[in-house]
Design a protein around this ligand. Structure first.
Ligand code: G6P
Length: 367
């Protein structure tokens, strides 16, 4: 067991530390001179060029990766994208036609609801792209095209390295679609180049993030609630941060779009209910800052994850984690290891085994 964990106390920690390599694997053969090549999608390139109808289907962490994909496609490929969790999607009465592309995201490739979702969409004429880590999985076999994560097996039940891999692969797929549709401009090329540099950025993040998040966890592990807030690309990170925390530490954690606070959630806050604010230095930052001020006015302690050297954030929060400055759509990537490690340390401090959370399974093959 100890040998399998490569010297780490848990698979979860080992797998988080594999993230630089996992990103490298996701990029290999798919990026060149600021351009993305997804060979697996070449056979449906014509459809991707002309479609006006993209639907994303996924569950859990994969759904959060899908939210980032949706936003990116809308912004960089001028495509409207629908997304739904598979257990809802499969019961909706949506019309599909041959123009519809369904992107099914499933790390295991076996999730029952996602599988059923693609079967329904396929029967109604849609073209299915699977994004999965498992070669030969049921979802991969039943899809028209498959893009693999190549992340290696993930043992920890709560997804970590596969999430980072999904984000990377989905950003590359979205860039490829944007290029096909004639949006391969300088900004997009810069993002693709930045993605290529991610393994190195992740190596430097992982050199310090473990100690940093352990210190932070000492301050917060004893609370019974946590509210994650974020906007734009920060919202999927809030969802994923909250999911990681509840999955393995059993602290009640919820995530809200920061702008929704005043429509209800803020009533919950007091000094016993801390807030985890996702606040990168992006186009929505000032809005989130004013939401943070509102939470402070209710005596909530605030932990923020923000961009390096951001004094505006530093001035108004109790604790913070700083991430390197990157292009807006890449913040979900660079924030991931911190959110995962924070949840990890909180879980361990509360005496739980993060690899085997109660009531959860690695892949949910029943409805
Ligand atoms: C389970 C796992 C989650 C995962 C979800 C979707 O709930 O515990 O970590 O995100 O299934 O799994 P998939 O294999 O479809 O990505």
């Amino acid at each position: 067991d100890a040998a399998e964990k490569g010297g780490y106390p848990h698979f979860m920690l080992k797998e988080i530390f594999e993230e630089p390599q996992v990103i490298r694997n996701a990029i290999t053969g798919r990026v060149k001179n600021g351009k993305t090549i997804i060979a697996e999608l070449e056979s449906i390139a014509d459809k991707l060029k002309t479609t006006r109808n993209v639907q994303v289907v996924a569950c859990g962490t994969s759904y959060h990766a899908g939210l980032v994909f949706k936003r990116f496609l809308e912004e960089y490929a001028a495509l409207n994208v629908e997304i739904d969790v598979a257990s809802e999607f499969r019961y909706r009465k949506i019309k599909f036609d041959e123009d519809t592309i369904v992107v099914a995201i499933s790390q295991s490739g076996e999730t029952a609801d996602t599988l059923e979702g693609i079967r329904i969409a396929k029967a109604r004429g849609a073209t299915i792209i699977a994004v999965t880590n498992v070669v030969g999985s049921t979802i991969s076999r039943e899809s028209h095209a498959v893009v693999y994560l190549n992340a290696g097996p993930e043992i920890g039940v709560a997804a970590t390295k596969t999430y980072v891999s999904q984000l990377t692969v989905l950003l590359l797929i979205a860039s490829y679609i944007a290029q096909l549709r004639g949006f391969g401009d300088k900004k997009l090329m810069q993002i693709v180049n930045e993605i290529e540099g991610m393994p190195t950025i992740f190596e430097s993040i992982l050199a310090t993030s473990n100690d940093l998040t352990r210190e932070l966890a000492k301050e917060y592990f004893d609370y019974i609630h946590f509210m994650y807030i974020g906007r734009g690309y920060g919202y999927p990170s809030a969802l994923e941060g909250a999911l990681k925390l509840k999955e393995i530490s059993y602290i009640h954690a919820s995530a809200y779009q920061a702008g929704e606070l005043k429509h209800g959630p803020i009533a919950l806050l007091d000094r016993k209910f801390p807030v985890f604010a996702i606040v990168p230095d992006d186009s929505l930052k000032t809005k989130t800052l004013s939401n943070i001020m509102e939470t402070r006015a209710r005596d909530a302690k605030v932990v923020a994850i923000c961009t390096e050297g951001d004094q505006a954030v530093a001035r108004i929060v109790n604790s913070r984690i700083e991430v390197p400055k990157v292009s807006e759509p890449l913040y979900p990537l660079v924030m991931s290891p911190y959110l995962q490690l924070f949840a990890y340390h909180v879980a361990v401090m509360r005496g739980h085994d993060p690899d085997k959370p109660r009531n959860l399974a690695k892949s949910v093959t029943v409805e």
